[in-house]
Design a protein around this ligand. Structure first.
Ligand code: MN
Length: 217
């Protein structure tokens, strides 16, 4: 769905600013034209430009084997990448004449996940209002329980891009390595790289890719 013409957010190797699915004044008076214009044309465009710039910096770093700025650049990717993903979803999270009834499948999934539609809506609103500082309220599909959950997100990211499927993970909490490596996390990570199960990662990659592209036009 990320690649449908409606939500085109990446093209020819670059992240791109997707078109709005409605006119700038279509959400008046709840969401005003001037705010929407600035939000989409300036803010969202800014995330896209900075994300592409960060991706180029990483390409350069790999070429030069120079990872001196890796923490800052990884943070730029997470912040701007998550900003890009969340804003792309945000434009589609609203529509002229929205609110009101929802499709019956959504209604029963919500009842299953939250007890009632009303409970889901009030939790979503309460959680969103209570986000500390800047961030998002997020209704999400949680694949372990195969139910919906409501999350608060501070800023955009905390070092992820929303919607990714993890393929291979390495624990760097101290409990994961301290007994053997003490404060030498780098040595633990280097050794983890010699343990990495790339077959497992490859399987998950294929699974995730085929799931994500199943409905692609
Ligand atoms: Mn925003």
């Amino acid at each position: 769905m990320w690649h449908s013409s409606e939500m085109k957010a990446y093209e020819n190797g670059d992240y791109i600013l997707p078109d709005l699915p409605y006119d700038y004044d279509a959400l008046e008076p709840m969401y005003d034209e001037q705010t929407l214009r600035i939000h989409h044309d300036k803010h969202h465009a800014g995330y896209v430009n900075k994300l592409n710039a960060a991706v180029s910096k990483l390409e350069q770093a790999r070429k030069n084997k120079d990872y001196g700025s890796i923490q800052a650049v990884s943070n730029e990717v997470a912040f701007n990448g998550s900003g890009h993903v969340l804003h792309t979803l945000f434009w589609h999270s609203m529509k002229p004449g929205g609110g009101g009834d929802m499709p019956p499948e959504m209604k029963s999934a919500m009842e299953q996940s939250f007890g009632s539609v009303d409970g889901a809506k009030s939790q979503f609103a309460a959680a969103t209002k209570a986000v500390e500082a800047s961030g998002w309220g997020v209704l999400a599909y949680e694949p372990v329980s195969q139910r919906m959950v409501i999350l608060q997100c501070e800023k955009h990211q905390n070092l992820t891009i929303w919607g990714v499927t993890p393929l291979l993970v390495c624990d760097v909490w101290e409990h994961a390595y301290y007994l053997k490596y003490q404060n030498n996390r780098a040595e633990w990570v280097d050794n983890f790289m010699d343990l990495a199960n790339w077959e497992f990662a490859a399987e998950r990659f294929e699974e995730a890719r085929s799931a994500m592209t199943a409905g692609r036009k």
